[in-house]
Write a protein that binds this ligand. Structure first.
Ligand code: SF4
Ligand code: SF4
Ligand code: SF4
Length: 284
């Protein structure tokens, strides 16, 4: 399958309008990292295996101003984020060449051993997604559903607060969770603003709470639950518990199928004159 990927990337990079091809390579320490291939002679660096965790679609908004076409290898879950990036006009579909990477029924590798990565349980591929090339049928692999156990659901609100206080206290304010997320693409981020300055560099616990509340609410209705933020966190903050809670609320409230799965826009990015909530401009 890697040979096929390399051939597809080579043919793409021979095009005069090709800017680069974004894929995965093996780093000197043996781990898998993103790679930006710019010439057909370099395609042998490309790999595809169960350790290709990074969502490469997160790099695409950086190419917005480029003239050329960017080739990119995407897994099914990454394709969901790519659909959202196209829909929110961060990526011009005519300026990307999308190569679909099919997953096996083992998904990505868990952190330890040969098990399935947590994010892959309950995996759903996007419907009718328009790939330019695929390495095989892009169908949802038959992975077991995610456990519905929510360790926080039985807790009183004070107990939940105590849980989150402990989690958020661990945060070292490195911003890796924000930088790795495909959905954090605002050219001017509130956390980088100096005028007004919302958070200081040495964040207090209150500022960390502010950071995490804003981050989570900015992504609600767009988070594809790829787990990249939690994977990037050097302090082990349980960010996916927060992301999933908000995502479940959105799906239960609006009955949506999953962000980026269908052509339907995310519920918080749409508007209906029939909305029963008068605030949304529906009924008088
Ligand atoms: S969530 Fe699905 S598409 Fe994404 S890596 Fe896991 S198995 Fe593949
Ligand atoms: S799981 Fe994290 S990194 Fe992935 S889309 Fe959601 S907030 Fe962003
Ligand atoms: S990656 Fe972890 S430590 Fe860094 S800001 Fe995010 S939650 Fe805090």
């Amino acid at each position: 399958m890697e040979d096929e990927l390399r051939n597809i990337a080579k043919v793409f990079l021979e095009r005069p309008d090709a800017e680069c091809f974004i894929g995965y390579e093996t780093s000197p320490d043996g781990s898998i990292r993103p790679v930006f291939i710019r010439s057909p002679g370099e395609v042998d660096r490309l790999v595809w295996n169960r350790e290709c965790f990074t969502n490469l679609a997160a790099y695409l908004p950086n190419f917005r101003e480029k003239e050329g076409i960017v080739g990119i290898a995407v897994k099914g879950c990454d394709a969901r984020s790519l659909r959202e990036l196209i829909r929110s006009r961060q990526v011009d579909r005519s300026k990307v060449y999308i190569v679909g990477l099919p997953c096996t029924d083992k998904g990505l590798r868990a952190d330890e051993g040969d098990g399935i990565a947590e994010r892959c349980f309950g995996c759903v591929f996007p419907e009718n997604f328009e790939y330019d090339a695929v390495l095989g049928p892009m169908e949802t692999p038959g992975l077991p559903p995610r456990s519905e156990d929510d360790m926080l659901s039985g807790l009183l609100s004070e107990e939940r607060f105590a849980f989150w206080e402990k989690e958020i206290e661990k945060c070292i304010s490195c911003d890796a969770c924000r930088k790795i997320c495909y959905g954090c693409f605002c050219p001017e981020c509130i956390f980088e603003s100096r005028q007004p300055r919302w958070v200081t560099n040495r964040r207090s616990l209150a500022e960390k709470f502010f950071f995490h509340s804003v981050r989570a609410f900015h992504l609600v209705g767009r988070c594809i639950e790829c787990g990249e933020c939690e994977r990037a966190c050097p302090a082990g903050v349980r960010l996916m518990l927060l992301n999933r809670q908000l995502q479940n609320d959105i799906e239960n409230l609006f009955g949506c199928k999953g962000i980026g799965v269908t052509e339907e826009p995310p519920p918080l990015l749409t508007f209906s004159k029939d909305d029963p909530d008068p605030f949304s401009g529906g009924h008088e």
